[in-house]
Structures are given as C-alpha cells and as structure tokens.
Design a protein around this ligand. Structure first.
Ligand SMILES: Nc1nc2c(ncn2[C@@H]2O[C@H](COP(=O)(O)OP(=O)(O)O)[C@@H](O)[C@H]2O)c(=O)[nH]1
Ligand SMILES: [Mg+2]
Length: 364
C-alpha cells in the first residue's frame, strides 16, 4: 500500500450522527489494503454529526470532516467535498448504508485500469435493484430517469444515482458549470460533460437506511425540473429564478383576482385597487416562497415568520411603488385593467426577486 491517497470518498451528511461510525467500519473492511480517505461534509447538523466525525478523526488521519456553516444542500455539499480532495479518484455516497460500499472496489478498478472516466452505481442496470422503495418513490424515480435520458440523450440506466466515482482530472473542468442547488449532482455532471465521459455502470442493490430519516421530500421533483431547464438553456436561467417565476405566476393570478373583485365591487379607483391587490399577492408570495423556493432556509415559528414578512414588505416596498406607478401610467393611456396591472406586477417582481435573494432569504 502506498502512502499516497488513491481515493477520496465524499459523504454528505445532515443529522446522521448514528450512521457515521457504522459507515466508517464498513469502509475499513471493504477497502482494506487500499489507500483512501473519507470526507464527511456536514451542514452544521443539530445532532452534532461533525463532532462524532471529529472524535473518530483525531485517531485516524484518513477520516476528515468538512463543516459548512450557514449553507444547506446536497449538491453543494458534494461539490465542496470533491473540491477539497487531492486524490486522483473521487467517490460520492450516502452515509446511511443504502449504497453498497463493497462496490467501491469494482468502481476503482474500472477507473484505475482506465476502462472508464466515471463509474456509476446503478439500481436499474442488470443485477441492480431499488430494494424496498415505496411505489410512489419508484414511479417518481423511473419517470425522472426516463425524462433525463430523453432530454439529454443520456444512455445511463440510473442518472439519478447518488453513488458514483469519477477521475478528478475529468471532474475539475466541469466544476464551474455545476449547480449547487438540488439533489442531482450526478445528472448535472453527466449533462454538463455532454458525452465526453466514458461511463461504466456498476449494478448495486439499494439498501435500507440504517438510522435516521430520509432528507428527500416531494419537492425534489421541482429541483429536478429546475435542473433540466437550467441545463437545457445552457445555465441561462438559474434554477431559483425559475421557482420565482412559477411562484410569481401564482402571485399574478391572486393579484388579478383581488383587483377584479375590487374594481367590480368597490369604488376606490384603479391606483388604490392596484396597490392593495399587490400587497395581498406579496403576502401570499412570501408564504409560498418560504414553503417552496427557499425551503432549505425556511423561516419557522410565528416570530421569525412575522419578522421575515416585515422585512419582505420593507424590501419590496420600492418594487410596490414601481408596480403601482407603472400600472397607473399604462392604465391612463390604455385603460385595460388586467394589462396595466400585469405589466406593473412584472416590473415590480424583477426588483423583488433581486431584493429577496439579497435580503430576506440570504443563506445564513
Ligand atoms: N451536507 C448535506 N447533506 C445532505 C443534505 N441533504 C441530504 N444530505 C445527505 O445526503 C445523503 C442522501 O440523503 P438521503 O436523505 O439519504 O436521501 P435518499 O437516500 O434519497 O433518501 C445522506 O447522506 C444525507 O445525510 C444537505 O442539505 N446537506
Ligand atoms: Mg439515502
């Protein structure tokens, strides 16, 4: 065994303290005789996962902990972990024993013998299996796999896999183009590489989570769709802005509905009606964004929500002025209420997007 580290295994963790020692034991067995390190990338878990890692790491130089404070997100964690490696080969896997660590040896073989640049652990290749996936999760996984394959012309059987190994020299040039949002780092790598990677598929059986609970929720579907659009538009449209547009669309509906009611039943004039409708849709957008667009930094509890809402009003007040001024001006020349209102709302939104990203949901 040479002293040079051959393989870095990047393991993102979020509240996984119980799984860490289990995985380390398994890696030590599976990779005996190899020169490897494991880099746990923890997003400041409240269960002190990082302290559990460090307590083991003091005695073992091949165990490392990268603690991220004020950031959340699986892809971002994987990217930072991978960037901190100096090994020629880098793997990514879950900490929860769902990824069969014994397959790492086969992956390493493929890359070392230069049979491939990227080895992907596949649940859908012959010999692989999704284990005890629920029916809905299996359907979702199959559908997103199908879409990714069609849209990007990816021949991979399991582009949604979170278990893979890649040559560092092939990965580094792709790094600046990867999105740190979302869950789908492998798909991002493969789509960004545009066919320039030679890929080997290594079948494995998806195991049952050892401890703790899954961090995936049904909204990962949105992450996935966002990634698709952002890749298909050559990163022109950031994922988060897409969410914002989607939420904005709902907001515009709310706005127009309120405005219509006001104009129909109350005699307050267009300008006042537009201002009030904008206030209502701003408020509903705040709650939708908090549940959805910014869910990893979600504000919880009445006090935090109220404070966030007040900050929103403050940040969005200029957008509101822009909105009402533009809408009223247009309404004077073209007195079509929905047209004037929509243009005003869109102008105000661009301001709001920028402000809320900078001020309200800034990653703490
Ligand atoms: N650092 C970090 N790790 C995360 C985050 N979300 C999930 N993980 C880790 O990523 C891996 C995959 O997540 P998991 O909940 O197992 O997803 P599932 O296997 O699809 O159910 C696990 O090791 C999690 O601890 C996150 O926001 N930050
Ligand atoms: Mg898992």
């Amino acid at each position: 065994m040479s002293d040079k580290i051959q393989l870095s295994i990047v393991v993102p963790t979020f509240n996984e303290s119980e799984n860490v020692p289990v995985l380390i034991n398994k890696l030590e067995v599976a990779l005996a005789g190899y020169s490897w390190e494991v880099i746990f990338v923890d997003d400041n878990s409240s269960d002190k996962t990082s302290e559990v890692v460090r307590a083991i790491a003091v005695n073992k130089p091949n165990i490392r902990c990268l603690l991220r404070i004020g950031r959340r997100g699986l892809s971002g964690a994987c990217i930072e972990g991978m960037l901190s490696s100096s090994a020629p080969f880098i793997a990514v896997m879950d900490v929860d024993c769902q990824h069969d660590e014994t397959r790492l040896v086969k992956m390493l073989e493929e890359l070392e013998q230069d049979k491939a640049d990227l080895a992907v652990g596949s649940r859908y290749a012959k010999g692989g299996d999704t284990g005890d996936f629920s029916k809905t999760r299996l359907a979702g996984s199959r559908l997103s796999t199908f879409m990714a394959q069609r849209l990007f012309g990816i021949g991979l059987s399991d582009p949604m896999s979170g278990f893979f190994m890649i040559k560092r020299e092939k990965l580094i040039p792709l790094m600046p183009h990867l999105s740190s949002q979302g869950f789908k780092i492998l798909l991002d790598i493969v789509a960004t590489a545009r066919g320039s990677l030679r890929i080997a598929e290594i079948p494995f059986v998806f195991g049952t989570r050892a401890h703790g609970e899954s961090k995936m929720d049904s909204l990962v579907v949105m992450d996935f769709l966002g990634l698709l659009v952002s890749k298909l538009t050559d990163d022109l449209v950031p994922v988060r802005f897409l969410y914002f547009l989607l939420v904005g669309g709902v907001g515009l509906m709310v706005h127009l509905l309120i405005l219509k009611i006001e104009l129909q039943f109350f005699d307050i004039g267009f300008t006042k009606a537009q201002a009030f409708a904008a206030l209502v849709s701003m408020t509903s957008n705040f709650f939708i964004n908090n549940q959805f667009t910014y869910r990893s930094q979600r504000l919880k509890g009445a006090r935090k929500l109220l404070r966030g809402l007040c900050h929103s009003y403050a940040a969005w007040s200029l957008g509101l002025l822009v909105n009402v001024a533009v809408a009223s001006m247009i309404y004077q020349t073209i007195p079509v209420w929905w047209f004037a209102a929509s243009i005003g709302a869109v102008m105000g939104s661009v301001w709001n997007y920028v402000m809320s990203t900078i001020l309200i949901w800034r990653v703490r």
